[in-house]
Ligand binder design. Structure first.
Ligand code: WTA
Length: 699
């Protein structure tokens, strides 16, 4: 219906173009799911109504064990750096591990599935996790000299040593910052320098698509890059993928590098009391891409963050301690922190972690794991769903697994893909939640509560209890639900999971997330500080939100955020390159991928070698996840008279979309030359594209 209206309107806004799928019918959860669900009381919305802010969040905080209860639920005095549960004392590791021992010590906490199918699963019971976390915490304290408030950088892949390391840090109050294993050593080094870590924790190798990758070499590069930026790493702690073997080709550096498995012998049987920490102390820093070059270190608190992931894991993920829960994300991203490690473990669930590629060695792998472990809650992203569907649309039916609940997260999901997920993966039995949120948010912002509301394919659903979204137009006017117009989705009131600041850059925190719609920068009233998500969205009359994608220069590649500026500055390190511009191009599996346009310095001709150099520079600066779909060498960039590159024009060419107005261009003729480089001589039919691409790089 909305599509219809959009087409009929005289002037179709770019945001409306995104509405390329129609309103969908509701699908109701099965009575069987509802009968066992943890949240079936519609009164929760009343309890979390905005009038009950902030005390309503006590309901989530009460899911945790506190050493000392807080005296102030919410302290806005340093707006917009909100503080939650002030005066409270808590330890995240105690909440995820120790407190479950009485009831569940012999139950699986983490089930690790190695990528090689002939290697046995590793099952860590809560008791085993307790022992290993304690021993490693003792090592961190006594060998590495780390204490509460220190920062440590991790670059670890999906093996159990990663959650063990995170929990050991949390036990001591050491702030961990995990860098996705697939990122380059250089990205890791930049994050070390930003954070001022003097300890790096890594592993020698891990499996990906059948090969044992040399991971330790990234640590050497990271330490070198950090040193160039002024930060000395004096200890590199190296776990081993196979104890007793060394998976890397790079030598250990004497005095700096230490094998964890060897050192641990000295800490056997050691116990470390969890440190009762102020609730508003930082638990971890997670970097994410922004509009400018430097990634932002999002700082998450202990008490607020853990309360929010506990509440959402319980009521949105419907996690019971008896469930076998599998989130197929990587712990190197926020989804893995909140919904592989902290959320499930705080609720004493059994959390599955898989090392490798979902389709390795074949399209049935994921479903074999689900069958073998009898997984009943499954969590993944649209890009993986698309990939699994393409690789083996009929595979799930061949395996005897039954999910009661499934999640999709990270990007908008096409209704058609959603339906395959529901019918074929969920076998029509599973309730689906489409959870919308961001690294900055700690936990879900929008989603149905699965037993209380029906699903609508392609819509994330309504806001969660205690989350109060509002859609503003550019001038700050509210766009009403059902107005059939899109705008910038903001959140009116704070919530405990929200990050506290950008590490070391409060001004950037205020500028990026609050400046746009803040009326009074001196106010300490939260009502003056709506949080800007940076996403375009529309709200249907029924209160369900549809997320349309980023409104800034961030490209969401397979659910991972990449800043175009990061790719552009990497491209500019190639000496022949004069200018670079990066735009998103729609991709069947990954949602969006980057296309890179470069122009060359005088005296150089376009060649495959230069294009290959640009790709290599991006691999080196960021990692393979950022690898562009195409590198186009063009005669010049389309520019405004003031010299700004018009990325919107390049995005339109990459996506065979209508190019639109060129009157502000200083060099309109170059557009056709670029189009020929990309599309060939013959003029292709153009279409209206999705909003995030249509307005990409809006001047
Ligand atoms: C996008 C991932 C549509 C959005 C948890 C957001 C989504 C960015 C959804 C955050 C969803 C996340 N539907 N879009 N359900 N979930 N996004 O920080 O653009 O890696 O701003 O956090 O992903 O990505 P991030």
């Amino acid at each position: 219906m909305s599509e219809q209206k959009a087409v009929e309107a005289d002037e179709v806004s770019e945001a409306q173009i995104a509405v390329h799928w129609k309103e969908e019918e509701f699908i109701y959860p099965s009575p069987r799911f509802v009968s066992q669900a943890l949240m079936t009381d519609p009164g929760i919305y009343e309890r979390f109504a905005i009038e009950n802010f902030p005390e309503c969040f006590k309901e989530y905080a009460d899911l945790l064990s506190w050493y000392k209860y807080w005296h102030t639920t919410f302290d806005p005095s340093d707006a917009p750096c909100w503080k939650w549960f002030v005066g409270g004392r808590i330890n995240a590791c105690y909440n995820c591990v120790d407190r479950h021992l009485d009831q569940y010590k012999n139950k699986a906490a983490i089930i690790f599935v190695p990528e090689p199918e002939d290697e046995d699963h590793q099952i860590l019971t809560f008791q085993e996790l307790y022992v290993r976390v304690n021993e490693f915490a003792a090592l961190l304290r006594d060998f590495a000299g780390l204490k509460a408030g220190d920062r440590v950088t991790l670059q670890m892949p999906m093996t159990p040593e990663l959650p063990i390391t995170m929990l050991a840090c949390a036990r001591l109050g050491v702030i961990h910052s995990e860098v996705f294993g697939g990122f380059s050593g250089r990205s890791c080094g930049e994050r070390i320098a930003d954070l001022g870590s003097r300890v790096l924790i890594t592993i020698d190798g891990y499996y990906r698509s059948g090969s044992l990758l040399d991971h330790k070499k990234k640590a050497d590069e990271a330490v070198a890059v950090a040193k160039d930026e002024g930060q000395v790493v004096d200890k590199v702690l190296v776990w081993r993928r196979h104890p007793g073997q060394y998976a890397s080709q790079t030598p250990m550096v004497d005095g700096r590098d230490h094998f964890v498995n060897d050192l641990l012998a000295d800490y056997a049987g050691k116990r470390v009391d969890p440190v009762p920490l102020p609730a508003e102390d930082p638990l971890f820093i997670m970097y994410t891409s922004g509009t400018t070059g430097r990634p932002k270190g999002c700082q998450h608190s202990i008490g607020g963050y853990l309360s929010y992931v506990a509440g959402t894991s319980k009521f949105v993920q419907d996690i019971h301690p008896t469930d076998v829960y599998w989130c197929l994300a990587d712990i190197g991203w926020i989804t893995g922190h909140s919904y592989i490690v902290y959320g499930p473990l705080v609720l004493a669930a059994s959390s599955v972690m898989y090392e490798g590629v979902p389709t390795y060695p074949d399209a049935g792998r994921v479903w074999r794991i689900a069958e073998r472990l009898d997984v009943n809650i499954f969590h993944t992203a649209p890009t993986t769903i698309r990939m699994l569907r393409k690789a083996g649309p009929d595979e799930p039916a061949k395996y005897n697994f039954h999910f009661k609940h499934m999640t999709t997260v990270g990007e908008p999901i096409e209704p058609e893909v959603w339906r395959w997920y529901y019918d074929v993966v969920g076998k029509g039995e599973a309730a689906i939640v489409d959870t919308f949120w961001q690294t900055e948010n700690g936990g879900f912002l929008c989603s149905t509560l699965p037993a209380l509301q029906p699903m609508k394919p392609g819509s994330t659903g309504p806001a969660l209890p205690g989350i109060h979204p509002v859609i503003y137009d550019e001038d700050g006017n509210e766009i009403a639900p059902g107005a059939n117009a899109a705008g910038n989705i903001c959140i009116r009131a704070p919530w405990p999971g929200s990050f506290q600041t950008i590490w070391g850059d409060r001004a950037r925190y205020v500028e990026t997330y609050y400046a746009k719609y803040c009326q009074d920068k001196d106010s300490t009233d939260w009502r003056d500080w709506p949080y800007l998500t940076g996403d375009g969205a529309m709200e249907a009359e029924d209160g369900y939100f549809r997320i349309l994608g980023r409104i800034d220069d961030v490209i969401n590649v397979a659910g991972h955020r990449l800043g175009t500026k990061e790719l552009e500055s990497a491209s500019l390190t190639v000496e022949e390159v004069a200018e670079a511009a990066v735009v998103p191009v729609a991709d069947e599996i990954k949602g969006r991928v980057p296309d890179v346009y470069v122009s060359l310095k005088p005296g150089h001709d376009a060649s495959d070698e230069i294009a290959a150099k640009v790709k290599a520079a991006i691999d080196d600066a960021i990692g393979k996840i950022a690898r562009p779909k195409n590198v186009y060498i063009v005669p010049d960039m389309p520019k405004t008279r003031s010299g700004k590159i018009m990325r919107r024009v390049l995005a339109a060419i990459s996506n065979t979309m209508e190019i639109g107005d060129l009157t502000t261009l200083a060099n309109p003729d170059v557009v056709e030359e670029i189009r020929i480089v990309v599309q060939g001589v013959e003029k292709l039919a153009t279409r209206k594209g999705p909003a995030d691409i249509a307005r990409f790089g809006d001047e």
